[in-house]
Design a protein around this ligand. Sequence first.
Ligand code: ASP
Ligand code: MG
Length: 414
Amino acid sequence: MTRLVMKFGGTSVADISRIRHVARHVKREVGLGHEVAVLVSAMSGETNRLIELTRDVAALHDAREYDVVVSTGEQVTTGLLAMALQQEGVQARSWLGWQICVRTDGAHGAARIDGIDTAMIEERMAQGQVAVIAGFQGVGGDQRITTLGRGGTDTSAVAVAAALNADRCDIYTDVDGVYTTDPRIVEKSQKIDRIGYEEMLEMASQGAKVLQTRSVELAMVHDVRLQVLSSYLDPDSLDAEKLPGTLVCSEDEIVEQQVVSGIAYSRDEAKITLRQVPDKPGIAADIFGILADAGFNVDMIVQNITEDGKTTDITFTVGEADAERAVNVLKARAQPGEFGDIQADKNVAKISVVGIGMRSHSGVARTMFQTLAEKGINIQVISTSEIKVSVLIESEYTELAIRALHTAYGLDAD
Ligand code: ASP
Ligand code: MG
C-alpha cells in the first residue's frame, strides 16, 4: 500500500471552488487505494491579513499571541477541506497541530518541529480516513500554539511525510514544477523531471521560490521524495502512475545527470565594500563577528591580496533589506582603523548556475564567464561551491545574463 502526503498551498485553497477541486485530487489518490494525509495552507492572502491585524494592535506584541492569531488561517481550510471531502463521499477529518500533536521548540513565529506523534492518524488512515492536517502550526513545550515561519506548510508536509514514512510527498502549488529558470524571463525554459535535493536547495535558496528552503533540507535529511505539481491540473484526467510534475529526490534516482540543471537568480542582494582594511590577522574575524552577532546573513565574501602590503578591500553581500543596517552596525561597532571607507550598493543581482554534474565536469565556470563577457556584462564578485557557480552583476543585466546563460548551457527547449 502506498502512503501519500499531499500538500496544497494558499492559491490552491483560495476559495470554495478551489477547495472542491482539491478534494477531487485527494479523492483520486484515495480511489487508488492509497493512505492519504493532506496538509493545507491558509487561503491565499489570509496569513498576511492576520499579520496586519496583530500589527494594528501593537507594533511590538507578544509573539505567543501572534501565533494564536496567525495560525487560524489553516484551521479554516482544514475544516473546509474535510467537509468538501465528505461531500465527495471520502471519509475525512481535520487535525490541528496540537491535536496530533506536532511538537515544536518555543521559537514563536519561527518554530522548529521536534517530533510528530502519528499513532492516532495512522490508525484512522488504516481505516480509510483521510487526515486533513493544518500546516504551519505546532505546539511548544509550554503547550502554547507555535507557527513555523512564512511558507511553513511545506515544512509541515515534509515533516509529516517523514514521520509517516510516506512513499512520497506531493506539493501542489500554482506552478507545474521546477523549471530550468524563471519561465517569466526565459520562454524556452523547461520543466525539470527530476532534480537532486542539493540542486533544489541551491535553486530554492537562490530565488527559485517554489518550495520553502527548510522543507527541502528536511526532505534531504529524511530522504522524503518530494513531487511538485500544479493544483490546476484536472484531477480526473491524470495518469496516476506518471504525474506530470518535478520529482525532488536523491541523486541515485537521477539517471541522466545534467552538468548544469538550472539557472537561479536573486535581486534581493546588496554589496558592501570596506576599503583600506589593514592586512593583518584578526580583522576579518572582527568584522564578520560583528555582523554575525547582529544577526546578519552574509553570503558572498571576497578579499584580495594587498598591493602595498598594508591594506586591502573586503567585499561581501547581505540581503538588500539589511544593507543600511549592516553599514551602520559596522560603523558603530568596529574598532577605529579596521577600515577606511564603507559603501553599500543595492544595484546588484546574483546569478547562479547549478548542477550536480559539475562535480565531474570542468569548464562550467569558463562558459559562464565567457558568456557574460560576450554580452559585455561585468562580473563584480564570484563564489563557487561543488555544485554551483555564482556571480554578482549589475542588476539591470539580470534578464540578459539569464537568457544568455540558459542558451549557453543548452537548456533552451527546442
Ligand atoms: N499560511 C502560511 C503562510 O502564508 C504558511 C504557508 O502558506 O505555507 O506563510
Ligand atoms: Mg506558500
